[in-house]
Design a protein around this ligand. Structure first.
Ligand code: CAA
Length: 257
C-alpha cells in the first residue's frame, strides 16, 4: 500500500485528510479505503479531536469516484466485498464524534459524492461538479448513494440523479441542499481556519452531544428521538462545560472550556 494516498494535517485537533491520487482524480481504490480506515482508527482515539475535513489533492477533483480500473474485472462476490469494505469505513467516518466536513474542490462523482454525503455537511468551490454517474458504467451507486442521497436531497431529485447519471454544478448542488455553501478555491483552502474560529469557543462535549442527537435521532421515530435529545440535554448538565458556559454568560465574560 502506498503510504501517502491520503495525507493528514493536524492543526490543534482540526484534522484535514487529503485524498492524494491526483493523476487518477483521487479515485478510491482498495489502498485508499485501507488508508482511510487506518486514519479513522487513530482519529477515533484522539482526545483533542475537534473536526475532520476531507478534501482532494490538486485543483481538479475532490474524488472522481471508486476506481473504475480496479473494479472492471471484479466478480459479483468481489464487488460485494469491495462495497462492504467501503460502506463500513464510510460509516465509521460518518460516526466520528466531531463535525466531519467535505471541502469539495472539483469533481465529486460516484463514490466521491457518496463520501461527501457521509460528511455532516459539505462546502464546494465554485468549479465543483457533482453526480452519481454509475448507470453510465452499467452499475448503481455502491457506497451508500441510493440511501444517503434521498435522505439529503429528497427521493425525487435523488432518483433523477441516480437514473440519469447527469452531472450538476456547485450552484445546483447548493439549491438542492447537497452542499451548504459555495465559495472560491481560495476561500475553500482557508476554510479550516474559519471552522477553527467557529468551533473554538464551543464546548467540545456539547458539540459531540449535538451531533450524536441528530444522527441517532434520525434513525428513530420522533417521540424516541425527542426522548434521546432530553437525555443528552440532561447529560450536559453533569459536566463542567455547562457550569462554565452558563456562569460565563451570567458573569458577562467569555467562557473558558
Ligand atoms: N477511476 C479510475 N480512474 C479515473 C477515475 C475513476 N473513477 N476518474 C478519472 N480517472 C483517471 C482517468 O482514467 C485518467 O487517467 P489517465 O490519465 O491514466 O488516462 C485521469 O484520471 C484523468 O481523467 P480524464 O482524463 O478522464 O479527465 P477529464 O478531465 O477528461 O474528465 C471526468 C474528468 C469527467 C471526472 C472523467 O475522468 C470521468 O468521467 N471519470 C469517471 C467518473 C465516474 O464515472 N465515477 C463513478 C465511478 S463508479 C463508482 O464510484 C461506483 C460506486 O458507487 C462505488
Amino acid at each position: 500500500m502506498s503510504d501517502n494516498v491520503i495525507e493528514k494535517n493536524d492543526n490543534d485537533g482540526i484534522v484535514t485528510l487529503t485524498f492524494n491520487r491526483p493523476k487518477a482524480l483521487n479515485a478510491l481504490n482498495s489502498d485508499v479505503l485501507k488508508a482511510l480506515a487506518a486514519h479513522l482508527s487513530e482519529l477515533e482515539g484522539q482526545a483533542n479531536l475537534r473536526a475532520v475535513l476531507l478534501t482532494g489533492a490538486g485543483e481538479k477533483a475532490f474524488v472522481a469516484g471508486a476506481d473504475i480500473t480496479e473494479m472492471r474485472d471484479k466478480t459479483p462476490e468481489q464487488a460485494r466485498a469491495f462495497a462492504a469494505q467501503a460502506l463500513s469505513t464510510i460509516k465509521r467516518l460518518e460516526r466520528l464524534p466531531v463535525p466531519v466536513v467535505a471541502l469539495v474542490n472539483g469533481f465529486c462523482l460516484g463514490g466521491g459524492c457518496e463520501l461527501a454525503l457521509a460528511c455532516d455537511w459539505a462546502v464546494a468551490s465554485d468549479n465543483a461538479i457533482f453526480g452519481q454517474p454509475e448507470v453510465l458504467l452499467g452499475v448503481i451507486p455502491g457506497f451508500g448513494g441510493t440511501q444517503r442521497l434521498p435522505r439529503r436531497v429528497g427521493p425525487a431529485m435523488a432518483i433523477d440523479l441516480v437514473t440519469t447519471g447527469r452531472k450538476i454544478d456547485a450552484q445546483e448542488a447548493l439549491r438542492i441542499g447537497l452542499v451548504n455553501r459555495v465559495m472560491s478555491q481560495a476561500e475553500l483552502s482557508s476554510y479550516a481556519e474559519e471552522l477553527t474560529k467557529q468551533l473554538g469557543g464551543n464546548g467540545r462535549q456539547a458539540v459531540r452531544a449535538a451531533k450524536q442527537a441528530v444522527h441517532d435521532g434520525l434513525d428513530q421515530d420522533l417521540d424516541s428521538a425527542l426522548a434521546l435529545e432530553t437525555s443528552l440535554f440532561a447529560f450536559c448538565f453533569a459536566g463542567e462545560e455547562q457550569k462554565e458556559g452558563m456562569s460565563a454568560f451570567v458573569e458577562k465574560r467569555k467562557a473558558n472550556f
